[in-house]
Design a binder for this molecule. Structure first.
Ligand code: NOJ
Length: 532
């Protein structure tokens, strides 16, 4: 059984994070792209959900080659999104409503338009040359090693003017920063202070496990399981390009900065690390009590594994077992990079998935639009925006379907914008929007709100211990316990009815994903009952 429900829990352990993709939340300026004033105008909606913190995907000046994950100025606001004054207003307005605000810190790479890179590429002896990773060609004139960009193709780009290659783990427009350079490191750590001084409540840190590469940049080992049709990135295993011990030391420095702004208090600033690693290696990113690293290394296992009761029961057990005693768990079900959960498991099952996300032990991250149950979205070929899709078309890597605008009401463009949105809306938006779902007691939106309310009312759900009950066939069931309170969560991951676990019989029903009730767990039903 996992957990220590008797201790005091800081806000980021009790709370729920809501991810906003700013381009697609609310446009106020009429250019078809969301902005900060738009987000501010929707804060009451966010507060009404019952979440505790907002994480904003990048809002900094950017040429948008990777839609903001290519940062050209770490201390400014992209004009498409507004100004620093707009940001300060948004932050104050969020705080007034009791909402924390997290920014997206992108430390692995900048934009190629960042003044640092412009200088770095200007000559081999420029003082900022070493702020990025430059190497001579291999003896055959080709790239210095076999590393592959996450978006396909070599991770090295040739620079004719200075006769060297530079490294880019993502697009050529996203050159990797050299965290082994002390000046670069100091400049980047100062960026954290800049925003913390402005009052932000923490950061989600982009591809944190990438930030340091193995000394000497040796080739990555080949992946024996790679076959055509897979992401080209996976031709090699990223053993030498990611997860280096030196990166842990840097994460600890980031944490020390965050902690210097008020550790262990209601003002505690939180660091969430975007890290894709197996559990044993993921758990190391908590650091140690003496040298903590990130508060929450993102746990993407629900996204990465088949939707199957036995598999999920197994991964919950493995995850819980991997956590250090001081490590708080977390769960993610959707993001701007992953397929929509309702597209993956279907609309009916997405309700069960929402119950799972909001009742497992640990901090959940809820992705905008999942509370409406947005499912599959077809993006016509001429509307494709995502560079990952453009570089390796047709193998299912496109992220546009998860990035389509929020639908607020039945007015033109779903109330998202006066202009045509930068990406199309989901096809069923006239019925699947906030205004329509608010009026429907059985909607995904109202289910999400009910789950968040129950989570807030029941310490067993928010911070309680976890104990597995069943993980067989299509039934996944577990208990959450705090003090004398015991709740059972029973989830049917299939569409045929199954028997309820014995201990649920006669128990008080608190919430079901389906209307009405039955003596069994109906197909696609999730049920929470009180045992004691
Ligand atoms: C992870 C981000 O979530 C993704 O959207 C981006 O493309 C890469 N990191 C590169 O920054």
């Amino acid at each position: 059984m996992g957990g220590h429900s008797d201790k005091q829990h800081p806000w980021w352990e009790r709370g729920v994070v809501y991810q906003i993709y700013p381009r697609s939340f609310q446009d106020s300026s009429g250019d078809g792209v969301g902005d900060l004033a738009g987000i501010e105008s929707r804060l009451d909606y966010i507060a009404s959900l019952g979440v505790d913190a907002i994480w904003l995907s990048p809002i900094f000046p950017s040429p948008m080659a990777d839609f903001g994950y290519d940062v050209a100025d770490y201390r400014g606001i992209e004009p498409l999104f507004g100004t620093l004054e707009d940001f300060d207003r948004l932050l104050a307005a969020a705080h007034e409503r009791g909402l924390k605000l997290l920014l997206d810190f992108v430390p692995n790479h900048s934009s190629d338009r960042h003044p640092w890179f412009v200088e770095s590429r200007s000559s081999r002896d420029n003082p900022k040359r070493d702020w990025y990773i430059w190497r001579d060609p291999a003896p055959d004139g080709g790239p210095p090693n076999n590393w592959i960009s996450d978006f396909g193709g070599s991770a090295w780009e040739w620079d004719e003017a200075t006769g060297q290659y530079y490294l880019h783990a993502f697009l050529p427009q996203q050159p990797d920063l050299n965290w082994r350079n002390p000046q670069l490191k100091a400049a980047m750590l100062d960026v954290l202070r800049f925003w913390l001084d402005r009052g932000v409540d923490g950061f989600r840190i982009d591809v944190l496990w990438h930030i340091v590469k193995a000394e000497g940049l040796p080739d990555n080992p080949l992946n024996p399981e790679w076959h055509p049709g897979m992401n080209e990135r996976d031709r090699v295993l990223q053993a030498n390009s990611t997860d280096q011990p030196e990166a842990h030391a840097i994460a600890a420095e980031m944490r020390a900065i965050a902690d210097s702004y008020g550790a262990m208090s209601e003002r505690e600033r939180v660091l969430i690390g975007e890290i894709f690693l197996p559990f044993d290696r993921l758990a190391r990113w908590y650091g140690t009590p003496e040298r903590p690293e990130v508060h929450l290394p993102f746990n993407f296992s629900l996204i990465e594994n088949p939707w199957d009761a036995r598999t999920i029961a197994g991964l919950i057990a493995d995850y819980e077992a991997s956590l250090p005693e001081w490590g708080w768990p977390n769960w993610v079900l959707g993001s701007h990079d992953a397929a929509r959960i309702a597209a993956r498991v279907g609309e009916a099952q997405a309700r069960v998935a929402m119950m799972m996300l909001l009742t497992l032990r640990g901090t959940p991250t809820l992705y905008q639009g999942d509370e409406l149950g947005i499912g599959q979205v077809e993006i016509p070929a001429d509307k494709v925006q995502d560079p990952r899709e453009k570089r390796q078309p047709g193998i299912g890597l496109g992220r546009d379907p998860s990035r389509t605008p929020m639908a607020w009401d039945s007015s033109p463009n779903a109330g998202f914008s006066r202009a045509e949105p930068w990406l199309p809306l989901h096809g069923d938006w006239p019925g699947r929007n906030v205004a329509m779902e608010e009026q429907d007691a059985g909607s995904m939106l109202n289910l999400t709100r009910a789950l968040l309310r129950l989570r807030r009312q029941e310490p067993a759900l928010a911070v309680g211990d976890y104990a597995p009950v069943a993980g067989d066939g299509t039934l996944l069931a577990y208990e959450r316990r705090a003090g004398d309170s015991r709740l059972l969560v029973a989830l049917n991951l299939g569409d045929a009815a199954v028997a309820l676990p014995e201990l649920a019989h006669g128990a008080e029903r608190l919430l079901s994903t389906l209307p009405g009730e039955a003596n069994e767990l109906r197909g696609n039903e999730g049920l929470i009952v009180r045992l004691a």
